[in-house]
Design a protein around this ligand. Structure first.
Ligand code: COA
Length: 98
């Protein structure tokens, strides 16, 4: 296994849609980063959720990963916040039918 992501049925109070999933644990082994594997895993997961008629995927993105999510169509919502021992994060979301 070189990469992973997981999706949990969990709504964000910041996003006004009924059917939401939270993306968690998005990661690709360092040696395999930058080869398009993150894109493939994320797109595949989003496709599965779309087939389940889910409206929104959201996540708490580390600052270093914000551009990865932006390139995948996610946008920042709300203010940045700090998670102890990990650093600055931004809530980000994507509407799946867009
Ligand atoms: C973030 C992460 C999952 C991306 O996976 P990846 O396989 O390296 O990403 P890809 O190669 O599929 O890159 C997809 C696109 O995002 C861009 N990208 C990837 N990581 C990036 C980063 N950290 N900063 C800016 N852009 C990034 C790539 O340039 C690429 O753009 P392109 O499609 O225009 O070429 C991976 O770097 C990682 O595991 N990082 C450490 C853990 C982490 O931060 N996880 C996110 C927690 S919120």
């Amino acid at each position: 296994m070189v990469g992973i992501c997981s999706f949990f049925k969990n709504n964000s109070a910041q996003i006004p849609y009924e059917n939401q999933y939270q993306l968690r644990g998005m990661a690709v082994l360092q040696k395999f980063q930058g080869k398009g594997i993150g894109n493939i895993i994320l797109n595949y997961g989003e496709k599965l959720l779309k087939n389940m008629s889910i409206d929104i995927v959201w996540c708490n993105a580390r600052e270093a990963a914000v551009n990865f999510y932006k390139k995948n169509g996610y946008q920042i919502i709300g203010d940045a916040f700090n998670i102890k021992d990990i650093g600055i994060h931004h809530a980000m979301f994507k509407k799946l039918d867009s």
